[in-house]
Write a protein that binds this ligand. Sequence first.
Ligand SMILES: Cc1ncc(COP(=O)(O)O)c(C=O)c1O
Length: 466
Amino acid sequence: MHMSKRIHSSQEIWEKDRRHHVHPFHNFVSYDENGSLIMDKGEGAYLRDIDGKEYFDAVGGMWCTNIGLGRKEMADAIAEQVTKLAYANPFTDMSNEPAARLAARLAELAPGDLNHVLFTGGGSTANDTAFRMIQMYQAARGKKRKKHVLVRLDAYHGTTYLTTSLSGKAGEKSPEFSFVEDIIHHLSSPNFYRAPSDMSEADFCDFLVDEMEQKILELGADNIAAFFAEPILGSGGVIVPPEGYNRRTWELCQKYDILYLADEVVTGFGRLGHWFVSKDMFDVQPDIITCAKGLTSAYLPLGAIIFSDRIYEVLRNDADRWFTGGFTYSAHPVCCVAALKNIEIMEREKLFENVKAVGPYFEAQLKTLRDLPIVGDVRGRLFMMCVVSVMNKKTKEFFPYEVNIGKRISNNCEALGVIVRPYVDLNILSPPLTMTRHDVDYVVPRLRRAIEITIDELRGEGYLAA
Ligand SMILES: Cc1ncc(COP(=O)(O)O)c(C=O)c1O
């Protein structure tokens, strides 16, 4: 597999990391050979590595540094809370002021009657714990057989045992792992780019909705507890479902008494110019929203499950019922303070207006890359975008695995001072919400250049015709 060797002047840190630090999604051989790019400083959307080289981080960390790095007022708010109350036990009947304030604020920001919040440490644990809540809700209302879950291919819901099982990305299902299989059912990915070429978008939408209904009838609605869906699929390839799909699949859930969980871990907190997009962009009123990432803009780890009055009322109908889920660091006061400060900054600086103003320009500029011979698709919305590389634009044929096309492009882009996230055939861009038109004019030409360099390399290696 193609990887570039990283040589750092600060060999000592690089070597410590290489020898001892096992990363999420670790490839043992390539990290052992190449080590890591070690970051040292961050301000706004800019990062500086340990050798002093600067980068524009067009990935926003991991779609999470929404307000940008290095904010002094955030540091002050966090420091003040650490000094005042660094921790309080969140279990059963003890709480803290920032958690109470944040729960109430999230109830205001979430659509409809989503008025109840359970905090977790991140997105995976939010989805995992939400599943427990769904099980409990269905059982508590006497629907004990409702245990099955519908989810889509290309979905990403995290990396716990359950959420890896929910995810629909084949590449993440390591053959050495085992998975929950008996109650999880994957529907087709709503990726129109990979739909049969004779299908219109409307036909594709009809196909997907029909497939979901057939699956419900096959399994029996009495057996299905919930549908888990990202409004726009993130890591699966920034897949914007066909027009009407989100609303129509939600309507199926209403018709068949299936809970609708919107995983807004990426789409929440401004990436698309809204606190949450389910209702505002897709006219869907979920029963549960899960969120993380932009909730604190990654200053500290925090996730949340925001759920409806309807679920809450069922769960509270038995005095002997205990929701035996949650974590030592649920509702951590310092993390909750970071989230409150983050929300304040987003509002004060009108960052969502910036996303709505700059986003269409970003989309349009990225779409100019479509004239390059390997760019098959450029898709997404606003500050959630992705470039898809293919070996043949007509047949949409993938590059062979060993080319590692996304990584090649991101390595070449990195050398030009811009970070774009590779994922197999994709390069994902999810910048901080502060990105300006000027920044777009910095990022897109560099990405173009990186793709051109990659094309030259591939011609030299015989993967593309000269
Ligand atoms: C849609 C979605 N859900 C859940 C997760 C998992 O979140 P975390 O990595 O915080 O556990 C992610 C992470 O990228 C995500 O993109």
